[in-house]
Unconditional design. Structure first.
Length: 684
């Protein structure tokens, strides 16, 4: 008997999910995060979780981890002093970028800080042509001098990005070898290994971000590995990537840029598994934690993988699930701006001092304080009584804000929720309406510690008729770690007209990608039966600036493959942009292979339905502010652990569990399905 453990380290709480792969038992646990050293909260959570199930760390068969370390370091500017060496004449490309304004009509918009100051950006004579052939050889003596200069300046990390290195990496490979000779202690990132694709600025930005975060992630991984070893963990832990798969800790420390969406990605993976279990394939995920909310669109059971995104203003060319994030969480602080208007977030109270009700010194009201005042969340404690809170402190904080606004206290608390709901609805419209999808055709899957509290209200704002609350919503990202596979992605940029593509040429490209995937499978020790490779190609109309990924049909490359690419691109283009440009030539741009090492996953068996009567789960009642009534109404309280499959809870009601609270509003019911999910719909 072994235990599989998923650990998600967030800004406010660290979530732990334990799954017994013999009995199917699921145990969840939460502890406060330790932002000064996240590894402390993780080892505490794992230790306490093991104590709850009465087992030792040596019994762990798998340990997966999602982290915000790379994301937070990037957002907060806590990376290391980094140097950059690039082709002579291109050192300012990092600062020039695409000359795009963050907000077209904002005359005071600021770009993010350039991660490498100009004095640490050095140009070296070397040049490749656009076909990858050598125009001018690398000046090795000048490169050595540049590395010595950066070493003398005290840099900890070096990024190398030469023009057209995605076509020919010989100069960058030689550059890496010289750095190893001259400055072996430096963290080194070369663009041909980090992002071997076209678009020089995005490739450069990705490489610099990787170098900037590298030593931070290395230090974190070393500390966490030691602490896990010290408590007796014997298995090699895995870390989540932005694409929803996991990789070894050591690989993550070399490629931290792949982990910038490490935390939220596994929540989407878990939602995909839930959709498959329940047969509900069109889902919008809503993950609301303590500091932010993450949303994603799942069509036909799958979330789109994008190969380029902007994270906190920095373009990144790495595969990641298409997740949109806004600064709206339970700890988001409400305030009055300079124009006298009520605003919420993105500033957050975090884990410490946390919301005012925590009693740790914060006197600014948060979203959690608004829910505590309105009693949609328990006004006395969280985590099933383990964490005491004080409603009076929430009342005082919101009253102070209400006085500034000239509003009533309850009106102000409700206004805070109105604003945060509007922010989250806007985020969902970005990933749905703006991409040709009607959210009313989807089911809202709400999770995170604060998601189920706001879910019904958010669904109503969007006109969505059904909400699904998973079995363990407060720790679903940790659960998702037990439902994902090892994954790595490989790509080759080779621009060609679709009409000019040949079976032999495209076949050779995919043969090389498949060979790289095979080498990765071998290095990870993945047996042949557990290997899976998905081939895609990025396609655009000639002259377009953006590509659409198209999945290739299985089997060898044939003429039918090209017809499938054409049909797939036209369908995707019409969905995204609303039209098809008849007769316009199509261009194949970047060829990709996603390699997955399939592993054993947590699986859940359906439970027998036991009837609609949920009265056995009632634990009491309390007044709860319901927006439908515009006042407090008496709501029954239910213990979710006592609800059985088939039970129906009629609103107004509050369903409590250790990791979150679900609000069932007036006029709605919550039905427990066979997999113990809650389905909220209008009462019939």
């Amino acid at each position: 008997m072994t235990w599989r453990i998923g650990v998600d380290s967030g800004g406010t709480f660290t979530d732990v999910c334990l799954f017994n792969d013999t009995t199917g038992e699921v145990v969840i646990w939460k502890v406060s995060s330790t932002p000064d050293d996240p590894s402390r909260g993780i080892t505490q959570g794992v230790t306490e979780g093991l104590e709850r199930v009465g087992t030792e760390a040596g019994e762990i068969g798998f340990l997966g981890h999602g982290t915000t370390v790379a994301t937070n370091a990037l957002i907060q500017g806590r990376g290391v002093k980094t140097g950059l060496v690039t082709t002579d004449g291109f050192r300012d490309l990092l600062e020039i970028g695409r000359q795009k304004r963050p907000d077209l009509y904002d005359l005071q918009a600021n770009k993010p800080e350039t991660l490498v100051s100009r004095d640490l950006r050095l140009g070296i004579r070397e040049r490749l042509r656009a076909d990858g052939s050598v125009e001018e050889a690398l000046d090795e003596d000048a490169f050595r001098d540049a590395i010595r200069e950066l070493k003398a300046e005290g840099v900890k990390s070096i990024a190398v990005s030469f023009l057209y290195s995605f076509l020919n990496d010989a100069h960058e490979r030689r550059a890496a070898a010289i750095i190893a000779e001259e400055f072996p202690e430096a963290f080194t990132a070369v663009s041909s290994a980090i992002a071997p694709e076209f678009r020089e600025f995005e490739r450069l930005s990705t490489t610099v971000v990787n170098a900037y975060l590298g030593p931070v992630m290395q230090g974190y991984v070393r500390a966490l590995k030691k602490k896990l070893f010290d408590i007796g963990v014997k298995v090699a832990p895995q870390l989540t990537q932005s694409n929803g798969g996991v990789i070894a800790f050591d690989t993550a420390s070399e490629m931290p840029v792949r982990t910038v969406l490490s935390g939220p990605s596994t929540g989407v993976v878990a939602a995909q598994a839930i959709g498959k279990m329940t047969g509900i394939e069109n889902l919008i995920t809503f993950d609301m934690g303590g500091t932010s909310s993450d949303v994603a669109l799942l069509t036909n059971g799958s979330c789109r993988v994008v190969n380029e995104a902007v994270v906190h203003g920095y373009p990144l060319k790495v595969p990641m699930l298409d997740i949109h994030t806004v600064g709206a969480g339970g700890g988001s602080i409400a305030y009055v701006d300079n124009g006298g208007l009520l605003k919420v977030g993105p500033r957050s109270a975090g884990a410490n001092p946390g919301p005012a009700c925590y009693g740790l010194g914060n006197d600014e009201p948060t979203v959690t304080d608004a829910n505590v005042v309105l009693q949609t969340q328990n006004p006395e404690y969280l985590l099933n009584g383990r964490m005491k809170i004080d409603r009076n402190l929430s009342v005082a904080a919101i009253q102070k804000l209400a006085d500034r606004l000239g509003m009533e206290m309850l009106q102000t608390a409700n206004g805070i929720l109105d604003i945060v709901i509007a922010n989250m609805a806007k985020a969902i419209r970005v990933i749905s309406v703006q991409r040709g999808h009607d959210p009313r055709d989807y089911t809202l899957v709400a999770f995170g510690g604060a998601g189920p509290v706001q879910a019904a209200r958010l669904a109503r704002e969007l006109g969505m008729s059904r909400v699904l609350i998973p079995r363990t919503p407060g720790v679903l990202c940790a659960m998702g770690l037990l439902m994902t596979d090892l994954r790595s992605d490989f790509s080759i940029t080779n621009l060609m007209r679709l009409d000019d593509a040949t079976i032999e040429g495209v076949g050779a490209i995919y043969a090389e990608l498949t060979e790289r995937a095979g080498a990765w499978f071998a290095s990870e020790g993945i047996v042949p039966d557990a290997r899976q490779v998905t081939l895609t190609v990025d396609v655009r109309y000639a002259g377009q600036n953006y590509e659409i990924p198209v999945i290739l049909p299985e089997g060898p490359i044939t003429q039918a493959t090209f017809e499938a690419i054409r049909a797939g691109f036209l369908a995707a283009h019409k969905q995204l942009y609303g039209f098809i440009a008849e007769g316009e030539p199509m261009q194949l741009v970047t060829f990709r292979a996603a390699a997955a090492g399939l592993v054993q996953k947590a699986e859940f068996a359906p439970q027998p339905l036991e009837g609609a009567d949920a009265s056995a789960a009632i634990t009491g009642a309390r007044p709860v502010w319901m927006v439908e009534a515009g006042d407090f109404v008496e709501a029954k309280l239910y213990d979710r652990a006592l609800l059985k499959a088939g039970n129906v809870v009629a609103g107004p009601a509050i369903i409590d569990q250790m990791d979150t609270t679900t609000v069932v509003p007036l006029g709605q019911t919550a039905t427990v399905d066979a997999y113990l999910n809650l389905i909220l719909e209008a009462a019939k």
